[in-house]
Each structure stands twice: as structure tokens, then as C-alpha cells.
Design a protein around this ligand. Sequence first.
Ligand SMILES: Cc1cc2nc3c(=O)[nH]c(=O)nc-3n(C[C@H](O)[C@H](O)[C@H](O)COP(=O)(O)OP(=O)(O)OC[C@H]3O[C@@H](n4cnc5c(N)ncnc54)[C@H](O)[C@@H]3O)c2cc1C
Length: 440
Amino acid sequence: MVAPPERYDFDAIVVGAGPAGATAALVLARAGRSVCLVERGPFAGSKNVYGGVIYARILDELIPGWWDEAPVQRWVTRRATVLMTDHQALTVDYRTSAWGEPPYNGATAYRPDFDAWLADKAVEAGAVLVTSTTARGLLVDELTGQVCGIRTDRPDGDLTARAVIACDGVNSFLAKEAGMYLHPEPEHFTLGAKEVLALPREEIEKRFALSGREGADFEIVGCTQGIPGGGFVYTNLDTVAVGVVVSLTGLSASGIRPEELIAGLKAHPMIAPLVEGAELKEYSAHLIPEGGYDTMPELTGDGILVAGDAACMCLAAGIWLEGVNFAIGSGEAAGRAVDEALAMGDTSAAGLAGYRRRLEGGFVLQDHRKLRRAPHLVLSDRVQNAYPTLACDLVEQLFTVTNPVPKKGAVKAFLEGYQRAGLKVGDLARDGWAAIRTFG
Ligand SMILES: Cc1cc2nc3c(=O)[nH]c(=O)nc-3n(C[C@H](O)[C@H](O)[C@H](O)COP(=O)(O)OP(=O)(O)OC[C@H]3O[C@@H](n4cnc5c(N)ncnc54)[C@H](O)[C@@H]3O)c2cc1C
């Protein structure tokens, strides 16, 4: 608790210069508010880890024509979902030239480049970016009980503001300190680990059948040695990112190390020819808030809001990861809500209530609510193990020429495979119905 500040250093402080924080600061600075964006790394994006694809349409209004200036590696024009067993792979491989033109769909980008670019936008608009500075805790006004700033690790100390936006990423300790994060259980998190592998640009284009700035994105089920999760392969200009995302509790129970899972994926007959001879440039790992809607903290308190991964807003379901766009969307809503609250002269939880209203009215909470069962479904044992085996075996049987033995009918092959995969009567129908309810 601190005495009420005589005057505030800033209208708002945003902690964390990831996509959520940079966007919140950009919106506030454009609205003419004094805003400080505090980042513990030496520059925005220096600490940030992800797989590699940004779905940036959320920027269409905020930064019109963003595609002409954002530091993009490739435009994803080929997106494949792969069902794998240890020796088989069945792929739904979609490509379209439409995603290779404005307004584009997904882009591969390096986070140190992308996050630094977005934070620069906030600085150009007037935000003060303070790097190499860690927020160590919250300042709370002893009269009102309202958050009124942050403690930092700098010798010149604390910073005060009428509102603090916590965008400090997964497992936010600021949200915990404010009592907003109630039950962060390990089963609501996954661990993402990835390698960045260097290959000559022409080699990547040859191996992935790409040309120019076209890019590929493979999302893989069945490659995590029985641990609930998934894998990915993304192309950059002259590197390929290969990684896995696995349940934290499953990983610790298995005794397997994440780098062993990546090694297994790279050795798979489908992936090995794509990365053969590549040079390891980087290895990184990071937690992902997989729990989604049902595990989100309180979004607002007196003088404080939580956005992005700090508020579990990453839309994740094993192989499927949309976090950057949700971070930008929630950062934008937080910035606008703080601007409105400042205009009303009320940054208490009641004054900041516009934040939730904005999120409810847009894709962030609507998509999360719609897809709240997705992690549970995608990480279930049947989706992870039984269905990849069933699908691969079925296709193998259908494509195998058995002469002189006459062909087996598809229904017979399916029923045999169904039994072999350990599925019970009704499992497929139940899961199909759950998939319709989840994704429909
Ligand atoms: C392996 C992996 C693969 C992923 N793949 C994808 C993908 O392909 N596409 C996608 O859209 N999303 C992906 N995600 C999710 C995505 O990375 C996150 O959802 C997104 O980064 C969230 O943005 P954010 O701004 O909320 O948090 P972050 O990007 O985590 O940023 C938080 C920032 O806060 C700073 N910070 C933290 N604590 C403090 C402090 N106390 N003081 C000052 N600064 C602090 C950090 O240094 C960091 O810069 C992936 C994640 C992982 C781990």
C-alpha cells in the first residue's frame, strides 16, 4: 500500500511489450493518453517464443496496409493437417493462391522482428517504451485500495498511473498479485518447444513446393509419443520451425524430454526429407495457457486490466494455436476501455467494465466461448491416438493392392481398424457429435 500519488507519472502503464501490450499502448497513445510500455527484455520481442504463424487480419483497421510494412517471412498459402502414427502419415493438404495476396490470411514471422515493429508503432504514436525493466509488483493506493502503479527493478524505482494493463504473458504474476487469477492448475497449461533449422531458401521452396514468398504450415496430430499434444512445421524464408506442444502433466508423467519429441518428429519418414541436412539455429520452449475460456482470470480489478496470454486468451487446442491475434484483439479492447474510463474519471473496476463488454462483443470472447471444449476434444486419447491409427490403417488398406487376394471392402476394413484401434461402439458417433458442437 502506498499514499495516494500527488500526481501520476502516466495515464496508463502497460506491462509487457508482446503483441497485447504493444497494441494496448498504441491505442492509448493514439487517443492522446500518456502511456508507458514496460518490457523486461532488452527490446520488444527479445524474450518471446511461438511457433511461427500470425493471423494478422485483426490489424486491418488498426494499421491499414500492415502487410506492406510488417516484417513477414512468408505468406501461408499451404496449410496441411497431418494424422500420424510412428510410420504413417495421412494429410489433408490445402493450398490457395488467395492467401498469397492482400489482405492475406496467415504469415510466418520472427517474433523479435514482429513484436519490435508493433512496439515501434506505439512509440511513433507517442508511447514511452522502457526496456530492460521488470515490473516486480503492484502499487496500491492505501485510501482507495485501487492499483495505482508498479514497482520496478530499476534504481529510480516505481511508476504511478491511473490504470495498469497487465500484458505480462502466461502465468501472469501481476494478475495473481491482484487476486484476479484464481486457479492456475498445471493441467491448464501446455509446453511448446521448437527448433529453428536453417536451410537455403531455394531448398525450402523445392522441398515444400513453394515459390516466391509462399509459405507452408503443417499441423500434426499423433507425433507426441502418446502425450496429449501435437506438432508443427512452418517455413520461413531460409529456416524451418519444427516443434511440439504437449500437456504439461502428460510430459512430466512420461519422463520424455521435449527435445526428444522434436527429434522423433524430425526422424519421421514424412518430415525427415523436409529437414534433412538442416543446421540447428535455435531451441526454445515456453508455456501456453491451453485452458481457454473456462480458466480465464477476472479481467478487471480496481485500476487494473489483464490482456493476452496473461488472461489465458490464447486460443489453443494442441495442434491449433492462435495467440498473437487474440493478444492484439484483447490489447486493443483494453486500450480503448482504459481511454473511456479515463474520460469518465473512473478507473475502478466499474469504470473499466467496458473492457469485458468490448471482448464479449467481438471475436476474442465469442470465439473462446464457442470453442471452449476444443482443447478437451483435441487432447482426448481417442483423437490423439485411436483416430490417427484408424484413419492411416484404413487408407493403407484401401491403397494396398492385395492381388492375388481379392480386395477387402471399405466397410470391412473400417470395422476391423475400428476394433484394432480399441474403439467402442458409439465412440466415433459421440466424438463426431462433440466435434459438431465444438466447431459448428
Ligand atoms: C511454442 C509456441 C508456439 C506458438 N505458436 C503460435 C502460433 O504459431 N501463432 C500464434 O498466433 N500464437 C502462437 N503461440 C501463442 C503466442 O505466442 C501467444 O499467445 C502470444 O505471444 C501472447 O502474446 P502476449 O502479448 O499476451 O504475451 P507475450 O507474447 O508472452 O508477451 C509478454 C511480454 O511481457 C514481458 N514481461 C513478462 N513479465 C514481465 C514483467 N514482470 N515486467 C516487464 N515485462 C514483462 C515479456 O518479456 C514479453 O515481452 C505459440 C506459443 C508457443 C509457446
